[in-house]
Design a protein around this ligand. Structure first.
Ligand code: ZN
Length: 503
Protein backbone atom coordinates (compact mmCIF):
# COMPACT_ATOMS: atom_id res chain seq x y z
CA UNK A 1 0.00 0.00 0.00
CA UNK A 2 2.02 2.90 -1.34
CA UNK A 3 -0.02 5.76 0.19
CA UNK A 4 -0.05 4.15 3.61
CA UNK A 5 3.72 3.65 3.55
CA UNK A 6 4.24 7.22 2.52
CA UNK A 7 1.96 8.48 5.28
CA UNK A 8 3.79 6.35 7.87
CA UNK A 9 7.18 7.58 6.67
CA UNK A 10 6.06 11.21 7.00
CA UNK A 11 4.56 10.62 10.45
CA UNK A 12 7.69 8.85 11.70
CA UNK A 13 9.83 11.79 10.57
CA UNK A 14 7.60 14.15 12.53
CA UNK A 15 7.87 11.89 15.54
CA UNK A 16 11.66 12.03 15.42
CA UNK A 17 11.53 15.81 15.67
CA UNK A 18 9.12 15.53 18.61
CA UNK A 19 11.33 12.91 20.28
CA UNK A 20 14.34 15.17 20.02
CA UNK A 21 12.28 17.97 21.63
CA UNK A 22 11.31 15.55 24.40
CA UNK A 23 14.94 14.72 25.08
CA UNK A 24 15.84 18.42 25.21
CA UNK A 25 12.97 18.91 27.65
CA UNK A 26 14.18 16.03 29.83
CA UNK A 27 17.67 17.53 29.96
CA UNK A 28 16.15 20.93 30.78
CA UNK A 29 14.49 19.46 33.86
CA UNK A 30 17.39 17.33 35.05
CA UNK A 31 20.94 18.38 34.17
CA UNK A 32 20.91 21.62 32.16
CA UNK A 33 22.75 24.51 33.87
CA UNK A 34 20.23 27.26 34.75
CA UNK A 35 21.60 29.78 32.24
CA UNK A 36 20.91 27.37 29.38
CA UNK A 37 17.17 28.03 29.67
CA UNK A 38 16.82 30.72 27.00
CA UNK A 39 18.70 28.87 24.29
CA UNK A 40 16.89 25.66 25.19
CA UNK A 41 13.45 27.27 24.88
CA UNK A 42 14.36 28.41 21.34
CA UNK A 43 15.66 24.96 20.38
CA UNK A 44 12.50 23.23 21.58
CA UNK A 45 10.22 25.82 19.96
CA UNK A 46 11.98 25.34 16.62
CA UNK A 47 11.64 21.56 16.67
CA UNK A 48 7.98 21.87 17.59
CA UNK A 49 7.37 24.37 14.81
CA UNK A 50 9.04 22.10 12.26
CA UNK A 51 6.96 19.15 13.45
CA UNK A 52 3.77 21.22 13.23
CA UNK A 53 4.61 22.47 9.72
CA UNK A 54 5.34 18.96 8.51
CA UNK A 55 2.11 17.65 9.98
CA UNK A 56 -0.12 20.39 8.56
CA UNK A 57 1.46 20.07 5.10
CA UNK A 58 -1.43 19.73 2.59
CA UNK A 59 0.35 16.62 1.26
CA UNK A 60 -0.65 14.87 4.51
CA UNK A 61 -4.28 15.85 3.93
CA UNK A 62 -4.00 14.58 0.36
CA UNK A 63 -2.68 11.19 1.53
CA UNK A 64 -5.45 10.90 4.10
CA UNK A 65 -7.99 11.56 1.39
CA UNK A 66 -6.46 8.94 -0.89
CA UNK A 67 -6.56 6.44 1.96
CA UNK A 68 -10.25 6.87 2.80
CA UNK A 69 -11.46 3.95 0.69
CA UNK A 70 -8.72 1.73 2.05
CA UNK A 71 -9.59 2.69 5.62
CA UNK A 72 -13.28 1.88 5.07
CA UNK A 73 -12.38 -1.55 3.65
CA UNK A 74 -10.64 -2.55 6.90
CA UNK A 75 -11.98 -3.48 10.34
CA UNK A 76 -12.41 -0.41 12.57
CA UNK A 77 -9.99 -1.71 15.19
CA UNK A 78 -7.20 -2.73 12.78
CA UNK A 79 -3.90 -0.86 13.17
CA UNK A 80 -4.18 0.53 9.64
CA UNK A 81 -7.76 1.84 9.87
CA UNK A 82 -7.03 3.25 13.33
CA UNK A 83 -3.90 4.99 12.10
CA UNK A 84 -5.74 6.70 9.25
CA UNK A 85 -8.74 7.57 11.45
CA UNK A 86 -6.73 9.03 14.33
CA UNK A 87 -4.31 10.87 12.06
CA UNK A 88 -7.23 12.38 10.15
CA UNK A 89 -8.81 13.55 13.42
CA UNK A 90 -5.53 15.19 14.48
CA UNK A 91 -5.03 16.68 11.04
CA UNK A 92 -8.51 18.15 10.78
CA UNK A 93 -8.25 19.58 14.26
CA UNK A 94 -4.88 21.19 13.49
CA UNK A 95 -6.19 22.52 10.17
CA UNK A 96 -9.04 24.38 11.90
CA UNK A 97 -6.62 26.50 13.90
CA UNK A 98 -5.22 29.45 11.93
CA UNK A 99 -1.46 29.90 12.21
CA UNK A 100 -1.80 33.44 13.67
CA UNK A 101 -4.07 32.13 16.41
CA UNK A 102 -1.65 29.36 17.28
CA UNK A 103 1.22 31.84 17.58
CA UNK A 104 -0.88 34.13 19.78
CA UNK A 105 -1.99 31.19 21.92
CA UNK A 106 1.55 29.80 22.36
CA UNK A 107 2.99 33.20 23.20
CA UNK A 108 0.28 33.92 25.74
CA UNK A 109 0.89 30.51 27.32
CA UNK A 110 4.63 31.10 27.70
CA UNK A 111 4.22 34.66 29.04
CA UNK A 112 1.44 33.77 31.45
CA UNK A 113 3.43 30.90 32.93
CA UNK A 114 6.41 33.17 33.40
CA UNK A 115 4.31 35.88 35.09
CA UNK A 116 2.57 33.28 37.26
CA UNK A 117 5.82 31.96 38.75
CA UNK A 118 6.53 35.48 40.09
CA UNK A 119 2.92 36.21 41.01
CA UNK A 120 2.82 33.04 43.06
CA UNK A 121 6.12 33.74 44.83
CA UNK A 122 4.89 37.24 45.71
CA UNK A 123 1.27 36.26 46.38
CA UNK A 124 0.18 38.83 43.80
CA UNK A 125 -2.85 37.66 41.81
CA UNK A 126 -3.33 41.14 40.31
CA UNK A 127 -0.01 40.77 38.45
CA UNK A 128 -1.21 37.71 36.53
CA UNK A 129 -4.89 38.68 36.28
CA UNK A 130 -4.73 40.41 32.84
CA UNK A 131 -2.87 37.39 31.42
CA UNK A 132 -5.45 35.04 32.82
CA UNK A 133 -8.21 37.22 31.28
CA UNK A 134 -6.47 36.79 27.95
CA UNK A 135 -6.15 33.04 28.55
CA UNK A 136 -9.89 32.78 29.16
CA UNK A 137 -10.56 34.81 26.03
CA UNK A 138 -8.24 32.63 23.91
CA UNK A 139 -9.75 29.45 25.36
CA UNK A 140 -13.21 30.61 24.26
CA UNK A 141 -11.84 31.58 20.85
CA UNK A 142 -10.24 28.16 20.45
CA UNK A 143 -13.61 26.54 21.13
CA UNK A 144 -15.23 28.74 18.47
CA UNK A 145 -13.21 26.93 15.80
CA UNK A 146 -15.43 23.93 16.62
CA UNK A 147 -18.94 25.39 16.21
CA UNK A 148 -20.55 21.95 16.12
CA UNK A 149 -19.65 21.35 19.80
CA UNK A 150 -22.55 21.28 22.27
CA UNK A 151 -20.65 23.23 24.91
CA UNK A 152 -17.71 25.64 24.88
CA UNK A 153 -15.73 23.29 27.13
CA UNK A 154 -16.08 20.26 24.83
CA UNK A 155 -13.29 21.12 22.35
CA UNK A 156 -11.04 22.08 25.27
CA UNK A 157 -11.64 18.75 27.02
CA UNK A 158 -11.12 16.91 23.72
CA UNK A 159 -7.59 18.37 23.53
CA UNK A 160 -6.63 15.96 26.32
CA UNK A 161 -9.46 13.42 26.65
CA UNK A 162 -11.03 12.36 23.38
CA UNK A 163 -14.57 11.07 23.68
CA UNK A 164 -15.50 12.92 26.90
CA UNK A 165 -17.90 15.89 27.03
CA UNK A 166 -18.62 18.66 29.50
CA UNK A 167 -22.12 17.26 30.09
CA UNK A 168 -20.65 13.90 31.04
CA UNK A 169 -18.17 15.56 33.39
CA UNK A 170 -20.83 17.69 35.07
CA UNK A 171 -22.77 14.54 35.95
CA UNK A 172 -19.61 12.71 36.99
CA UNK A 173 -18.44 15.40 39.40
CA UNK A 174 -21.99 15.75 40.77
CA UNK A 175 -22.07 12.02 41.48
CA UNK A 176 -18.64 12.08 43.12
CA UNK A 177 -19.66 14.98 45.36
CA UNK A 178 -22.87 13.17 46.41
CA UNK A 179 -20.94 10.08 47.51
CA UNK A 180 -17.64 11.46 48.72
CA UNK A 181 -18.74 14.44 50.78
CA UNK A 182 -20.71 12.26 53.27
CA UNK A 183 -17.81 9.80 53.35
CA UNK A 184 -15.38 12.58 54.31
CA UNK A 185 -17.83 13.76 56.98
CA UNK A 186 -18.09 10.31 58.56
CA UNK A 187 -14.31 9.96 58.51
CA UNK A 188 -13.84 13.34 60.17
CA UNK A 189 -15.95 12.18 63.11
CA UNK A 190 -13.37 9.46 63.82
CA UNK A 191 -10.09 9.68 65.65
CA UNK A 192 -7.29 10.36 63.11
CA UNK A 193 -4.66 7.58 62.99
CA UNK A 194 -1.23 8.16 64.50
CA UNK A 195 1.32 9.10 61.87
CA UNK A 196 4.04 11.13 63.57
CA UNK A 197 6.54 8.34 62.76
CA UNK A 198 6.24 9.26 59.08
CA UNK A 199 7.93 12.61 59.71
CA UNK A 200 11.24 11.21 61.02
CA UNK A 201 14.44 11.57 59.03
CA UNK A 202 14.75 9.02 56.22
CA UNK A 203 18.06 9.48 54.34
CA UNK A 204 17.52 10.44 50.71
CA UNK A 205 19.75 7.79 49.22
CA UNK A 206 17.94 4.95 50.96
CA UNK A 207 14.56 6.37 49.94
CA UNK A 208 15.61 6.61 46.29
CA UNK A 209 17.11 3.13 46.27
CA UNK A 210 13.95 1.67 47.76
CA UNK A 211 11.71 3.49 45.27
CA UNK A 212 13.71 2.24 42.33
CA UNK A 213 13.68 -1.32 43.67
CA UNK A 214 9.86 -1.11 43.86
CA UNK A 215 9.65 0.35 40.33
CA UNK A 216 11.72 -2.51 38.92
CA UNK A 217 9.66 -5.10 40.76
CA UNK A 218 6.47 -3.59 39.31
CA UNK A 219 7.93 -4.21 35.87
CA UNK A 220 9.75 -1.01 34.91
CA UNK A 221 12.52 -2.08 32.54
CA UNK A 222 15.65 -0.09 33.35
CA UNK A 223 17.37 -1.21 30.17
CA UNK A 224 14.68 0.91 28.48
CA UNK A 225 14.37 3.59 31.13
CA UNK A 226 16.12 5.43 33.94
CA UNK A 227 15.44 7.54 37.01
CA UNK A 228 16.83 11.00 37.77
CA UNK A 229 15.99 13.88 40.09
CA UNK A 230 13.94 16.95 39.13
CA UNK A 231 11.85 19.64 40.86
CA UNK A 232 8.61 18.09 39.67
CA UNK A 233 8.36 14.35 39.03
CA UNK A 234 7.67 13.65 35.38
CA UNK A 235 7.81 10.87 32.82
CA UNK A 236 9.43 11.58 29.45
CA UNK A 237 8.68 9.34 26.50
CA UNK A 238 11.52 9.64 24.02
CA UNK A 239 10.81 6.28 22.38
CA UNK A 240 9.05 3.07 23.39
CA UNK A 241 12.50 1.80 24.37
CA UNK A 242 13.55 5.00 26.14
CA UNK A 243 11.04 6.02 28.79
CA UNK A 244 12.52 8.04 31.66
CA UNK A 245 11.10 8.97 35.02
CA UNK A 246 12.19 11.61 37.51
CA UNK A 247 11.50 11.96 41.19
CA UNK A 248 12.18 14.36 44.06
CA UNK A 249 13.01 13.46 47.62
CA UNK A 250 12.47 15.05 51.04
CA UNK A 251 14.31 13.47 53.97
CA UNK A 252 11.49 14.32 56.39
CA UNK A 253 8.78 12.69 54.33
CA UNK A 254 8.88 9.00 53.59
CA UNK A 255 5.96 8.95 51.17
CA UNK A 256 6.66 11.77 48.70
CA UNK A 257 9.51 10.16 46.77
CA UNK A 258 8.09 6.65 46.98
CA UNK A 259 4.58 7.42 45.73
CA UNK A 260 5.95 9.89 43.20
CA UNK A 261 8.17 7.13 41.86
CA UNK A 262 5.34 4.59 41.75
CA UNK A 263 3.10 7.14 40.01
CA UNK A 264 5.65 7.90 37.30
CA UNK A 265 6.41 4.19 36.97
CA UNK A 266 2.73 3.70 36.10
CA UNK A 267 3.08 6.19 33.24
CA UNK A 268 6.31 4.52 32.13
CA UNK A 269 4.87 0.99 32.21
CA UNK A 270 2.07 2.15 29.93
CA UNK A 271 4.51 3.41 27.29
CA UNK A 272 6.93 0.50 27.62
CA UNK A 273 4.10 -1.91 26.82
CA UNK A 274 2.70 -0.23 23.72
CA UNK A 275 3.12 -2.55 20.75
CA UNK A 276 6.33 -1.95 18.79
CA UNK A 277 4.51 -1.87 15.44
CA UNK A 278 2.90 1.40 16.50
CA UNK A 279 6.19 3.12 17.31
CA UNK A 280 6.61 6.62 15.94
CA UNK A 281 2.98 6.91 14.76
CA UNK A 282 0.22 9.10 16.23
CA UNK A 283 -1.35 5.89 17.62
CA UNK A 284 1.95 4.79 19.22
CA UNK A 285 1.48 6.59 22.51
CA UNK A 286 -0.94 6.70 25.45
CA UNK A 287 -4.63 7.00 24.52
CA UNK A 288 -5.44 10.23 26.39
CA UNK A 289 -4.27 12.18 29.43
CA UNK A 290 -7.00 10.54 31.52
CA UNK A 291 -6.04 7.04 30.45
CA UNK A 292 -2.43 7.84 31.28
CA UNK A 293 -3.48 8.96 34.75
CA UNK A 294 -5.49 5.76 35.14
CA UNK A 295 -2.22 3.86 34.89
CA UNK A 296 -0.17 6.04 37.23
CA UNK A 297 -2.98 6.17 39.79
CA UNK A 298 -3.71 2.48 39.64
CA UNK A 299 -0.13 1.65 40.61
CA UNK A 300 0.18 4.51 43.07
CA UNK A 301 -3.11 4.02 44.91
CA UNK A 302 -4.89 0.75 44.22
CA UNK A 303 -1.59 -1.12 44.40
CA UNK A 304 0.86 1.11 46.29
CA UNK A 305 -1.52 2.12 49.09
CA UNK A 306 -3.03 -1.33 49.49
CA UNK A 307 -2.47 -3.73 52.36
CA UNK A 308 -1.35 -6.70 50.19
CA UNK A 309 1.36 -4.54 48.61
CA UNK A 310 2.75 -3.67 52.03
CA UNK A 311 2.61 -7.22 53.32
CA UNK A 312 5.49 -7.83 50.96
CA UNK A 313 7.26 -4.48 51.09
CA UNK A 314 6.90 -3.40 54.72
CA UNK A 315 9.41 -5.86 56.22
CA UNK A 316 11.87 -4.69 53.57
CA UNK A 317 11.23 -1.05 54.40
CA UNK A 318 11.64 -1.79 58.11
CA UNK A 319 14.96 -3.50 57.40
CA UNK A 320 16.08 -0.36 55.58
CA UNK A 321 14.92 1.98 58.37
CA UNK A 322 15.10 -0.14 61.55
CA UNK A 323 15.43 2.82 63.92
CA UNK A 324 12.52 4.73 62.44
CA UNK A 325 10.08 1.89 61.74
CA UNK A 326 11.29 -1.12 63.75
CA UNK A 327 8.57 -0.64 66.38
CA UNK A 328 5.77 0.38 64.02
CA UNK A 329 3.39 -2.45 63.14
CA UNK A 330 2.23 -3.08 59.57
CA UNK A 331 -1.35 -2.08 60.35
CA UNK A 332 -0.29 1.19 61.94
CA UNK A 333 1.89 1.93 58.92
CA UNK A 334 -0.94 1.05 56.51
CA UNK A 335 -3.35 3.36 58.37
CA UNK A 336 -0.80 6.19 58.35
CA UNK A 337 -0.41 5.84 54.58
CA UNK A 338 -4.13 6.27 54.11
CA UNK A 339 -5.01 9.15 56.40
CA UNK A 340 -7.93 11.17 55.07
CA UNK A 341 -7.70 14.86 55.85
CA UNK A 342 -9.36 17.73 53.97
CA UNK A 343 -6.70 20.23 52.95
CA UNK A 344 -6.09 23.23 50.74
CA UNK A 345 -4.01 21.47 48.09
CA UNK A 346 -4.92 19.03 45.35
CA UNK A 347 -1.33 17.83 44.95
CA UNK A 348 -0.67 15.44 47.81
CA UNK A 349 -4.37 15.13 48.73
CA UNK A 350 -5.58 11.74 49.98
CA UNK A 351 -7.64 9.42 47.77
CA UNK A 352 -11.01 10.43 49.22
CA UNK A 353 -10.69 14.23 49.00
CA UNK A 354 -8.63 14.26 45.79
CA UNK A 355 -11.54 14.15 43.36
CA UNK A 356 -13.34 16.88 45.31
CA UNK A 357 -10.42 19.21 44.58
CA UNK A 358 -10.83 18.38 40.90
CA UNK A 359 -14.60 18.96 41.17
CA UNK A 360 -14.05 22.48 42.55
CA UNK A 361 -11.66 23.29 39.70
CA UNK A 362 -13.83 21.80 36.94
CA UNK A 363 -16.87 23.69 38.20
CA UNK A 364 -14.86 26.92 38.23
CA UNK A 365 -13.76 26.27 34.63
CA UNK A 366 -17.41 25.92 33.63
CA UNK A 367 -18.34 29.11 35.52
CA UNK A 368 -15.51 31.07 33.91
CA UNK A 369 -16.24 29.82 30.39
CA UNK A 370 -19.98 30.45 30.77
CA UNK A 371 -19.32 33.91 32.22
CA UNK A 372 -20.85 33.27 35.64
CA UNK A 373 -17.58 34.05 37.39
CA UNK A 374 -15.20 36.81 36.25
CA UNK A 375 -11.44 36.34 36.38
CA UNK A 376 -11.21 39.29 38.77
CA UNK A 377 -13.54 37.47 41.20
CA UNK A 378 -11.62 34.23 41.01
CA UNK A 379 -9.60 34.57 44.26
CA UNK A 380 -12.77 35.26 46.25
CA UNK A 381 -14.84 32.52 44.61
CA UNK A 382 -11.96 30.03 44.96
CA UNK A 383 -11.87 30.77 48.69
CA UNK A 384 -15.65 30.42 49.06
CA UNK A 385 -15.75 27.09 47.23
CA UNK A 386 -12.99 25.70 49.43
CA UNK A 387 -14.83 26.73 52.55
CA UNK A 388 -18.02 25.10 51.22
CA UNK A 389 -16.31 21.87 50.17
CA UNK A 390 -13.55 21.38 52.74
CA UNK A 391 -14.46 23.76 55.56
CA UNK A 392 -11.10 25.47 55.08
CA UNK A 393 -10.13 28.89 53.74
CA UNK A 394 -6.75 29.56 52.16
CA UNK A 395 -4.89 32.27 54.08
CA UNK A 396 -3.74 33.91 50.84
CA UNK A 397 -3.86 33.40 47.05
CA UNK A 398 -0.61 31.46 47.08
CA UNK A 399 -2.49 28.77 49.03
CA UNK A 400 -5.52 29.44 46.85
CA UNK A 401 -5.96 30.27 43.21
CA UNK A 402 -2.22 30.67 42.53
CA UNK A 403 -1.24 27.31 44.01
CA UNK A 404 -0.76 25.31 40.83
CA UNK A 405 0.32 26.03 37.28
CA UNK A 406 -2.52 24.42 35.27
CA UNK A 407 -4.57 27.51 34.32
CA UNK A 408 -1.42 29.52 33.81
CA UNK A 409 -0.18 27.28 30.99
CA UNK A 410 -2.37 28.69 28.24
CA UNK A 411 -5.92 27.47 28.69
CA UNK A 412 -8.90 27.32 30.98
CA UNK A 413 -11.11 24.32 30.35
CA UNK A 414 -10.03 20.70 30.19
CA UNK A 415 -7.19 21.14 32.68
CA UNK A 416 -8.48 18.96 35.52
CA UNK A 417 -10.84 16.24 34.35
CA UNK A 418 -8.04 13.84 33.42
CA UNK A 419 -7.02 13.36 37.05
CA UNK A 420 -10.53 12.26 37.96
CA UNK A 421 -11.06 10.23 34.80
CA UNK A 422 -7.79 8.52 35.74
CA UNK A 423 -9.13 7.69 39.18
CA UNK A 424 -12.41 6.24 37.98
CA UNK A 425 -10.81 4.23 35.18
CA UNK A 426 -8.11 2.90 37.51
CA UNK A 427 -10.86 1.27 39.58
CA UNK A 428 -12.57 -0.09 36.44
CA UNK A 429 -9.34 -1.72 35.27
CA UNK A 430 -8.51 -3.11 38.69
CA UNK A 431 -11.99 -4.53 39.24
CA UNK A 432 -11.92 -6.23 35.87
CA UNK A 433 -8.39 -7.60 36.32
CA UNK A 434 -9.40 -8.97 39.72
CA UNK A 435 -12.47 -10.66 38.26
CA UNK A 436 -10.30 -12.36 35.65
CA UNK A 437 -7.55 -13.17 38.18
CA UNK A 438 -8.87 -13.57 41.73
CA UNK A 439 -5.35 -14.59 42.80
CA UNK A 440 -4.07 -11.08 42.07
CA UNK A 441 -4.03 -9.76 45.61
CA UNK A 442 -2.38 -12.87 47.05
CA UNK A 443 0.31 -12.46 44.40
CA UNK A 444 0.84 -8.82 45.34
CA UNK A 445 1.38 -9.89 48.94
CA UNK A 446 4.23 -12.06 47.62
CA UNK A 447 5.74 -9.20 45.65
CA UNK A 448 4.48 -10.47 42.31
CA UNK A 449 2.86 -7.97 39.97
CA UNK A 450 3.18 -9.57 36.56
CA UNK A 451 -0.40 -10.88 36.37
CA UNK A 452 -1.76 -7.37 36.86
CA UNK A 453 0.78 -5.82 34.49
CA UNK A 454 0.01 -8.42 31.84
CA UNK A 455 -3.72 -7.75 32.14
CA UNK A 456 -3.11 -4.01 31.69
CA UNK A 457 -0.66 -4.57 28.84
CA UNK A 458 -3.10 -6.83 27.00
CA UNK A 459 -6.25 -4.78 27.56
CA UNK A 460 -5.00 -1.19 27.66
CA UNK A 461 -1.33 -0.60 26.85
CA UNK A 462 -1.06 -2.59 23.65
CA UNK A 463 -3.68 -0.46 21.84
CA UNK A 464 -1.71 2.74 22.17
CA UNK A 465 -3.89 5.62 21.00
CA UNK A 466 -6.15 3.68 18.65
CA UNK A 467 -9.32 4.25 20.69
CA UNK A 468 -11.21 7.03 22.46
CA UNK A 469 -11.91 6.66 26.18
CA UNK A 470 -15.43 5.15 25.79
CA UNK A 471 -14.14 2.77 23.08
CA UNK A 472 -11.18 1.62 25.14
CA UNK A 473 -13.23 1.08 28.31
CA UNK A 474 -15.92 -0.84 26.42
CA UNK A 475 -13.27 -3.04 24.82
CA UNK A 476 -11.29 -3.70 28.01
CA UNK A 477 -14.06 -4.20 30.58
CA UNK A 478 -17.25 -4.47 28.51
CA UNK A 479 -18.92 -1.51 30.26
CA UNK A 480 -19.55 2.19 29.89
CA UNK A 481 -17.27 4.68 31.65
CA UNK A 482 -18.59 4.87 35.20
CA UNK A 483 -17.61 6.17 38.62
CA UNK A 484 -19.37 3.32 40.38
CA UNK A 485 -16.34 0.98 40.80
CA UNK A 486 -14.24 3.86 42.10
CA UNK A 487 -16.86 5.04 44.59
CA UNK A 488 -17.40 1.52 45.83
CA UNK A 489 -13.63 0.93 46.14
CA UNK A 490 -13.26 4.08 48.27
CA UNK A 491 -16.28 3.26 50.45
CA UNK A 492 -15.11 -0.28 51.14
CA UNK A 493 -11.48 0.60 51.80
CA UNK A 494 -12.11 3.62 54.01
CA UNK A 495 -15.03 2.10 55.90
CA UNK A 496 -12.66 -0.66 56.94
CA UNK A 497 -9.83 1.72 57.74
CA UNK A 498 -11.99 4.05 59.82
CA UNK A 499 -14.40 1.48 61.25
CA UNK A 500 -17.47 3.03 59.62
CA UNK A 501 -20.59 0.92 59.87
CA UNK A 502 -22.38 1.30 56.53
CA UNK A 503 -20.22 1.19 53.45
ZN1 ZN B 1 0.58 11.56 36.28
Amino acid sequence: MKHLDELKARLREIHRLQSAAQLLGWDQRTYMPPCGAEARARQIAMLERLAHEKFTDPAVGQLLEELQGYEESLPYDSDEASLVRVTRRDYERAARIPAEFKTEYDENAATTYHVWTRARAEDDFAAVEPYLERTLDLSRKYAEFFPEADHVIDPLVAMSDEGITGAFLRDLFGELRRHLEPLVESIEERQPPERSFMGQRFPAESQLGFGLQVAERLGYDLARGRQDLSDHPITTMIALDDVRITTRVNENDLTGALFGTIHETGHALYTQNIRKELEGLPIGRGATAGVHESQSRLWENLVGRSRPFWEYWYPRLQALFPEQLGDVALDAFYRALNVVEPGLYRVGADEVTYSLHCAVRFELEMDLLEGRVAVSDLPRVWRERHVETFGLAPANDREGVLQEMNWYCGRIGGMYQHFTLGNIMSAMWFESALEAHPELEAEMAEGRFETLLNWLAKNVHTHGRKFTIPELVERAVGKEVSAEPYISYLKTKYSQLYGLSSA
